[in-house]
Design a protein around this ligand. Structure first.
Ligand code: SF4
Ligand code: SF4
Length: 267
């Protein structure tokens, strides 16, 4: 249960897991250890947005281990240990959780970023098309709240493959291809991939969208970051370049107007 100076509550995926933890006094025990300085932070690992939200409501965790990859985000559905599927919750529910974590300063450490390897092979990928390690890692890193991606390696060869991410060109990490095979509920929602770059007016479209989405759920830090941007939504010249390039068909010209209006009225 302990991770160096971390007290960890592992694998809370069903309401009964959560009740057991509470009943056994584990949460109280961890809080006591934290008060005594034995553990400095409390973490939680789970695959289930609903239960993570319940624990977040208690305000006791500092970090979350959570499974994030395009298959889980866009597949929806139920937790199914038999098929090793953790695709729990709708896209909106999962994105809202990431934003909540960022807004509340709970860092996410990502697990299952290759969906247990399924996404790396077109025969096993739920999309019928494979993604690369670089694309999956970048996808996870772009989600709000994410600090690290934990990758399982079977040996040196796996490690060397994964470490290539550090030197990979931007194009190799571009995962926007998922826009062509993700389901309809992915349409029209910015996933901050920046495939639409470059913007001729110099806007960082992905970042502006991310700061806005976080700000509307109460993340004051994100609003602050937005205000510090040199080029903001008001600089959009409505050239339409990003709309044409966006695989998720996000209507950015309208969105930039909305973002600008939001920040103008919340000054
Ligand atoms: S507008 Fe589209 S291409 Fe640009 S960052 Fe958002 S999702 Fe990606
Ligand atoms: S429509 Fe606006 S945000 Fe999009 S590329 Fe043109 S100037 Fe940039």
């Amino acid at each position: 249960m302990t991770h160096a100076d971390f007290g960890f509550i592992h694998c809370i995926d069903e309401a009964s897991d959560y009740r057991t933890i509470e009943k056994n006094g584990i949460t109280d025990y961890l809080l006591r250890l934290k008060k005594q300085g034995v553990v400095h932070h409390i973490g939680l690992s789970s695959h289930t947005p609903k239960l993570v939200n319940q624990v977040l409501d208690m305000g006791i965790i500092d970090m979350l281990m959570f499974s994030i990859n395009p298959a889980y985000d866009y597949a929806g559905g139920e937790l199914d240990y038999a098929t090793d599927s953790y695709a729990v919750g709708s896209v909106a529910e999962r994105m809202a959780l990431y934003r909540r974590c960022e807004a509340e300063g709970v860092g996410i450490s990502v697990m299952k970023s290759f969906s247990g390897g399924q996404l790396l092979d077109s025969r096993t990928s739920p999309f019928g098309k494979k993604l690369t390690e670089n694309q999956c890692i970048q996808y996870a890193l772009d989600k709000p709240g994410v600090l690290t991606v934990l990758l399982g390696v079977r040996g040196k060869a796996d490690l060397q493959k994964i470490l290539r991410f550090c030197e990979a060109a931007q194009e190799e990490k571009d995962y926007s291809v998922i826009g062509t095979f993700a389901p309809a509920d992915a349409e029209g929602h910015c996933v901050y991939c920046n495939h639409c770059a470059p913007c001729p007016a110099g806007l960082n479209v992905g970042l502006i969208n991310k700061y806005y989405d976080l700000s509307v759920v109460g993340d004051k830090l994100a609003a602050d970051y937005y205000r510090k941007l040199e080029i903001k939504a008001d600089q959009c010249v409505k050239c339409g370049h990003c709309n044409v390039r966006c695989p998720f068909h996000v209507e950015q010209m309208e969105r930039m107007e909305k973002i600008n209006a939001y920040f103008a009225q919340s000054e």
